[in-house]
Ligand binder design. Structure first.
Ligand SMILES: [Zn+2]
Length: 71
């Protein structure tokens, strides 16, 4: 699967904590790029720093997490 498509499916205005929970990841603050403004997280409903992207060296974790869910 292409990363761009995966990214669209994975991040629906979600904060880092929710992405970590949903995908069983341990992304750190420095692993993520954020929107320049805070927004309502679609998952926990709090005003949070919304993840716009994951740094290149951490992207494989997202693929790995998906693979675990969908064998
Ligand atoms: Zn959240």
């Amino acid at each position: 699967m292409k990363y761009q498509k995966l990214k669209k499916e994975a991040f629906h205005s979600m904060c880092r904590q929710c992405i970590n929970e949903q995908y069983g990841l341990q992304l750190k603050t420095r692993d993520c790029y954020y929107l320049p403004y805070q927004e309502l997280c679609s998952c926990c409903g709090n005003i949070r720093n919304i993840v716009a992207d994951i740094s290149r060296h951490s992207r494989w974790r997202l693929f790995f997490a998906r693979q675990k869910k969908k064998p």
